[in-house]
Unconditional design. Structure first.
Length: 470
């Protein structure tokens, strides 16, 4: 069949005769072009011409084809699996606007910067922009939409603003994409009230397809996302949580001195590539950063309490390599894509497996070996217990958070394969007994951080004694 050089006919060809074999494919990358249909070859050409990539990753092609066919899509892909391309590529196949709901300014800026570097139309609207900058976004959007496609990133709060509904009705919207969709669900690890109100997208444009994407969702969360966003018979695409290039390790630390010595050893073991160190509080970020600076260069810290100008500066310096070691709270990293993160350290146990999996997933996105180390102490549970007790939520939600905390503690203390525990938690159909690349399966691995602790690091913490009442 001869392919005509018009956007309309290209779309028709790309959405005809969907290849079931590809939809159900478990290949990591589509390598053999001879096995592709004509519609797939058109998409592959777009991938190469516009995104400078040679092949699709696992799941990307069937998800893209589902979107172009007009279906709603629920996509669960591993961190670093290329979720953003699933809505970005369709956005530039035909003229029109793709609106992406994104939770963090840092995420929006990073995505827009990447697309503009490729010469593609993209912009974002958020609270940090001046009026003139917002006007420039609208001017660029009008121009690029006439030439081809345009992607506009918005915060969920902006969708709720008066006037959004009327404005959307005047635009040619091709797709709504809800990134980090686990934020929609009250059962997710990062529920946000504004995300819970995104059903307005379906109400304002009932015929525009919606794709919800996340890297960390249990079956219960998936069901809640579909219901909350009012997805219509969505194509469900779930791809594996198994990251074969990541070495998982949990190190028991009796006190803070042990954590300090373990962290320094882990950094010394990682002379190349970026390093992300996660802390539970803003205060700890600064403390750990000061400590690391005593022996290492190109170190900084990041948390939501810093000014917008300061955060943007840190993001830029981390982006161009002036910062190699970044100490951060969970405010940093969602949607940030750097391929050469070689070490991710948690200085204390996170509050749930979902958060942990998402954060360690920032390591090794280029497929090269990387290490994910948790410095664990039993007292780590105390901080998360405090937050749960202070939370204003229903009894069911509070109960769910306690269970999630129990699960991450069991992971931390278990003698079983760590990858196996992660897969079982997310109900991944892939089952493994021994991965060969975690501290439980291969304690002699060169990637396993080994520390000769000082006597001070081996002292158990002193138990606090209650003062006798007078």
């Amino acid at each position: 069949m001869k392919v005509k050089n018009t956007a309309k006919n290209s779309i028709e060809q790309m959405t005809m005769n969907l290849d079931e074999m590809l939809i159900n494919s478990s290949k990591d990358i589509v390598q053999d072009e001879l096995a592709l249909s004509k519609e797939d070859l058109i998409l592959l050409k777009v991938l190469k011409d516009k995104f400078k990539l040679n092949n699709f990753r696992q799941g990307q092609l069937p998800i893209i084809k589902a979107i172009l066919s007009g279906q709603d899509v629920m996509a669960v892909m591993p961190t670093g699996g290329g979720k953003s391309l699933c809505y970005q590529l369709p956005a530039y196949v035909k003229p029109g606007l793709t609106i992406v709901i994104s939770p963090l300014i840092a995420l929006m800026n990073d995505q827009v910067r990447h697309l503009k570097n490729l010469g593609l139309g993209a912009g974002c609207l958020h609270s940090s922009l001046e009026i003139e900058e917002r006007k420039q976004v609208f001017a660029e959007m009008k121009q690029k939409m006439a030439e081809g496609g345009y992607i506009l990133y918005l915060s969920p709060e902006r969708v709720q603003k008066p006037g959004f509904t009327d404005w959307v009705k005047t635009q040619k919207i091709n797709l709504f994409a809800v990134d980090e969709a686990h934020c929609v669900s009250q059962w997710g690890h990062d529920f946000r009230k504004e995300y819970g109100q995104l059903s307005v997208l379906r109400k304002v444009s009932p015929h525009v397809p919606i794709i919800a994407l996340t890297a960390t969702a249990t079956p219960q969360v998936n069901t809640d996302i579909v219901s909350s966003l009012h997805l219509k018979k969505p194509a469900l695409h779930i791809y594996g949580f198994y990251r074969q290039n990541l070495f998982y390790q949990v190190m028991d630390c009796l006190n803070d001195t042990a954590k300090e010595e373990a962290l320094m050893q882990a950094i010394d073991n990682t002379p190349e590539g970026r390093i992300i160190i996660y802390c539970g509080t803003r205060e700890k970020c600064k403390d750990w950063s000061m400590f690391i600076k005593t022996k290492h260069k190109k170190v900084s810290y990041y948390h939501a309490g810093l000014s917008s100008e300061k955060r943007n500066n840190i993001e830029e310096r981390y982006q161009d390599g002036r910062i190699r070691i970044l100490v951060a709270t969970n405010a940093f990293g969602m949607g940030i894509d750097h391929s050469d993160v070689r070490l991710v350290v948690h200085t204390q146990m996170p509050g749930n497996i979902e958060s942990y999996y998402q954060e360690i997933g920032r390591a090794g996105r280029d497929g090269h070996n990387s290490t994910c180390l948790m410095l664990y102490a039993k007292k780590d549970r105390m901080l998360h217990s405090f937050f749960i007790r202070k939370a204003k939520a229903s009894e069911r939600v509070i109960s769910h958070r306690w269970k999630s905390l129990d699960s991450i503690q069991e992971y931390s203390e278990s003698y079983n394969c760590r990858h196996s525990i992660i897969l079982n938690y997310f109900k991944d159909p892939q089952k493994i007994q021994k991965c060969g690349h975690c501290d439980r399966c291969d304690s002699n691995s060169d990637r396993n951080v080994k520390v000769k602790f000082s006597l001070a690091a081996l002292k158990p913490p002193k138990k606090k004694t209650k003062k006798a009442s007078k």
